[in-house]
Structure formats: C-alpha cells, structure tokens
Design a protein around this ligand. Structure first.
Ligand code: ZN
Length: 173
C-alpha cells in the first residue's frame, strides 16, 4: 500500500466524468488499498478515484456509525444511489479543498448499489455522515464538487458558532 497525492481544487481532473471499472484486477485492488490508506492518513471520511488522478468509478467511504474503534472502510465500485430520503444540512468539506467548509443539504438516508473489488454486486445503506459521504464521493465521479452546492465557504467564526450551538444542544440532552 502507498499514499497517493490528493489533487486539489483547480485541477481539471476533478471536473471530468469517470468511466466505469471493467477490470477487477490486482491493479484495482492496489488502487482501493491506496485510496483507503490515503483517506485515513488525511483524516477524511471519503475519497474518490479522480481525487488521486484516476478517472474510474471507484470510491472509499469510512463508516463511522459503529461502536468506538470499529470504523470500517467501505469500497464502492461503479456505485449508484438507488434510494434517497430525508434531509440533513451541515457543514461539508473535501480533502481536495483543505480547510474549507460550506453548508450542504443532503439526504439523511441513502441506499447505494455497487460492485465490490471482485465485481460482485451488493447494496448498502448509509445514514447521517455516511449518507452524506456516499453522495459527496459519487458526485466526484461525475466531476461535481461540494462547492457547487453551498452558497459560500464558511468563515472560522461561522464554523465556531455552528459547532458551539451543536455542543449546546448536546449538553442540553
Ligand atoms: Zn470531496
């Protein structure tokens, strides 16, 4: 496994449409392994192949809705959202736009159909942050960035205020 370089906003590769994965070879497995390692080392919850310069439909997402210490990397090859419902609006960021967050509304629950690294089709559901990450990463495969969905990049003050309010709500529970 190896760390790959994460392309930053402004790189044209991030705006391009990715082609389906057709070969489920060791080369794909290396890519997915490297993507997981790169995502984890950057403290991200998702990474799409175009972010490491590969224009293929593959993403990794970190499932965090698990008991402490049991986070799981989910690999999605040729993913498609087949069901979406609910709504959540929270600050969203991207490893290709370091340090920038904007308010983005996403479904609060999605079901995704995808292939695993061996080509086997499966369905998986995500809620909360995981649903958000599924949507965000799948958008990358069509050249879309979260910055298209928020009206502005939040200032540190706005972020502090948002997270301060969240904390107050937590404390009040
Ligand atoms: Zn992103």
């Amino acid at each position: 496994m190896a760390l790959r370089n994460i392309l930053k906003e402004g790189d044209e590769t991030l705006l391009r449409h990715c082609r389906p994965v057709t070969d489920f070879t060791p080369r794909l497995h290396d890519l997915l392994d490297d993507m997981a390692e790169t995502m984890l080392s950057a403290n991200g919850v998702g990474l799409a192949a175009p972010q490491v310069g590969v224009l293929r439909r593959a993403v990794v997402v970190l499932e965090t809705n698990t008991p402490e210490g049991e986070e799981q990397v989910i690999e999605l090859v040729n993913p498609e959202i087949v069901e979406a419902d609910g709504e959540q609006t929270d600050p969203e960021g991207c490893l290709s736009v370091p340090g920038a967050f904007g308010m983005v509304t996403r479904p609060s629950h999605v079901k995704v159909r995808a292939q695993d690294r061996y080509g086997q089709w499966f369905e998986i559901e995500g809620v909360g942050l995981t649903a958000r990450a599924f949507c965000h990463e799948i958008d990358h495969l069509d050249g879309h960035m979260f910055t298209e969905l928020c009206d502005h990049i939040m200032s540190q003050e706005e972020l502090d205020e948002y997270y301060g309010q969240q904390q107050e709500q937590e404390d009040a529970k």
